[in-house]
Design a protein around this ligand. Structure first.
Ligand SMILES: [Zn+2]
Length: 241
């Protein structure tokens, strides 16, 4: 992991390499296009995956990160498949948050099928809180992100808002397919690992559903715990008709 101090506007925290490419990668691409410095902190190297190994997945993650336009990507090498929300883990994540100083943090939604995703959400939220406490010592000054957003693409929950990723969808797909060890065409385990066309169709269907909610082609959904403030009701992003 790069040790230089990099200040980011947006940091997505995820359990496994290739999570953000499925859930909020289009938004990260779009925000990078607006000039924001974006980053991803993967908590594990995905070593429990049936295919590939950590070294391969980290290489693929770096390539995917380039396609997402990330200014920074790091991996904490916590144990895949048994992420635990301990103080030690929260402190490690809090140290990264203080070093990176993101204004916005994106976490996986708090309900998920994979326990690692649930843990990543808890760890991320509590680390953001911890990072702001003066008496916690990490070597960097206290810092707390302004907003935490939950990426809810795989959750059955009404999004608080949806980001239009119509123009970013293809690039996001390219970033996901950069994980060749996971999504390459293989004969073995073909039921577990559908081919790229099947993955594309599946993700396009989901992105189309969320896009439809805001009247665009493809979208990525997010949930916030706080109510979003509106200052100009004439400039609302979503049409009623
Ligand atoms: Zn995952």
């Amino acid at each position: 992991m790069a040790e230089e101090r990099v200040a980011l506007e947006i940091l997505a925290i995820a359990a496994h390499p290739d999570d953000v490419e499925q859930t909020c990668g289009g938004t990260l691409i779009r925000m990078a296009g607006l000039g924001y410095r974006t980053g991803v902190l993967d908590l594990t190297a995905g070593e429990m995956g049936t295919r590939g190994d950590p070294a391969i997945r980290l290489r693929e993650a770096a390539e995917a990160g380039r396609l997402l336009g990330l200014a920074w990507r790091g991996n904490l090498h916590l144990p895949d498949g048994r992420l635990e929300n301990t103080f030690e883990v929260r402190l490690k994540v809090a140290a990264e948050i203080r070093r990176l100083r993101p204004r916005v943090v994106i976490l996986p939604y708090w309900q998920a099928r994979h326990p690692d995703h649930v843990r990543a959400c808890e760890i991320g939220y509590e680390a953001c809180f911890l990072a702001g406490l003066r008496k916690i010592e990490t070597g960097d000054p206290p810092f707390r992100p302004r907003n935490v957003l939950y990426s809810s693409l795989y959750a059955s929950v009404a999004p608080t808002f949806v980001v239009d990723i119509s123009e970013q969808f293809d690039r996001r797909m390219e970033a996901l397919l950069a994980y060749r060890s996971q999504y390459g065409r293989r004969e073995e385990a073909s039921e577990l690992f559908p081919d790229p066309e099947e993955i594309r169709e599946r993700l396009a269907g989901i992105a189309r559903y969320y896009g439809n909610l805001i009247g665009v082609r493809y979208g990525e959904p997010f949930v916030t715990r706080e109510t979003l403030r509106v200052d100009d009701i004439v400039a609302l992003g979503s049409p009623s008709f």
